[in-house]
Ligand binder design. Structure first.
Ligand code: RIB
Length: 293
């Protein structure tokens, strides 16, 4: 049961500041910290730490940020056979973290934006789950989902950061994961959150999860709705919490857990990831998740 993550890999340059700057404002923060990030790499690392066998397909450049960007993937034992070195800068994310743990992120996509469908693995043999996000070009995601769906893999798609809905991609998605902002961008219509998530089931997915931060998560399928409260923590840094949720959800499903148990583990893992600084550096191990259950 192997999870294939097709996604971005970045070096995160993070500065902690008393608050996020308003437009046009400069705020003074602490020393900058450089750590591994990128939604794709973050989710791959979270899944591997949660016990899944994971392979990553993506791209980095030949520059000085490459080593730090790949360090978490290597440490977590993620298979990097499908990682490409392209003639472009390694992806870089500028992250500001406020005292309350909230963040603001600007991404310079670099090599991530140069990935093409030709870089996807020639064969999907041996993979059972595909996990996608929105930090790669749309044609890469679309082709990865189309091929994985046809080959019988379970396709999980985290539509983050928010971008316009792509009907072909949603049609080849089994499980869509969004936050409230991304749900709005996908056009889930109506006042009621549950109804808005239900609307998206008609576009292809068999399950839609809406992550709600400190309010937990909501998941709808054709037959059921699951509302899970958040695991209570005092947040220090929320960077990568959503990625932890997605990676652990994929890992749990790939290891045969039923949906409610997988959602429960993913929620706990995401909360634990908020209690430490950084994205991948903050992610919990399988043992830590089990201990908090
Ligand atoms: O989701 C958090 C991630 O978003 C960061 O690690 C940053 O690299 C951006 O991709």
């Amino acid at each position: 049961m192997t999870v294939l993550v097709v996604g971005s890999v970045n070096a995160d340059v993070t500065v902690r500041a008393p608050r996020l700057p308003a437009p046009g404002e400069t705020v003074l923060g602490d020393d900058a910290r450089v750590s591994p990030g990128g939604k794709g790499a973050n989710q791959a690392v979270a899944a591997a730490l949660a016990g899944a066998s994971v392979a990553f397909c993506g791209a980095a450049g030949p520059d000085s940020f490459r080593a730090v960007a790949l360090s978490g993937l290597t440490r977590a034992g993620v298979n990097l056979e499908h990682l490409h070195e392209l003639n472009a800068p390694t992806g870089l994310a500028l992250v500001t973290v406020a005292a309350d743990g909230e963040n603001a992120i600007t991404v310079a996509s670099g090599a991530n934006a140069r990935l093409t469908p030709l870089h996807l693995p020639a064969s999907l043999d041996g993979f059972t789950h595909l996990l996608l996000q929105n930090e790669l070009p749309l044609d890469v995601n679309r082709e990865a989902a189309r091929r994985a769906y046809a080959a019988g893999l379970t396709v999980l798609y985290n539509a983050a950061p928010a971008r316009e809905v792509d009907p072909a991609l949603l049609a080849h998605t089994h499980h869509l994961i969004v936050n409230e902002h991304e749900l709005a961008a996908l056009g889930g219509k109506g006042e009621d959150l549950e109804k808005r998530a239900w609307t998206l089931l008609a576009c292809g997915p068999q399950a839609v999860t809406v992550t709600l931060g400190a309010r937990g998560s909501l998941t709808v399928t054709a037959h059921a709705a699951y509302r899970l409260p958040a695991h209570p923590v005092i947040p220090v840094d929320t960077t990568g919490a959503g990625d932890t949720f997605c990676g652990v959800l994929a890992a749990e499903l790939a290891q045969g857990q039923p949906l409610p148990a997988a959602l429960h583990a993913a929620g706990i893992a995401a909360a634990l990831a908020c209690t430490r600084p950084g994205a991948q550096d903050a992610m919990p191990s399988r043992t830590e998740i089990a201990a908090a259950r």
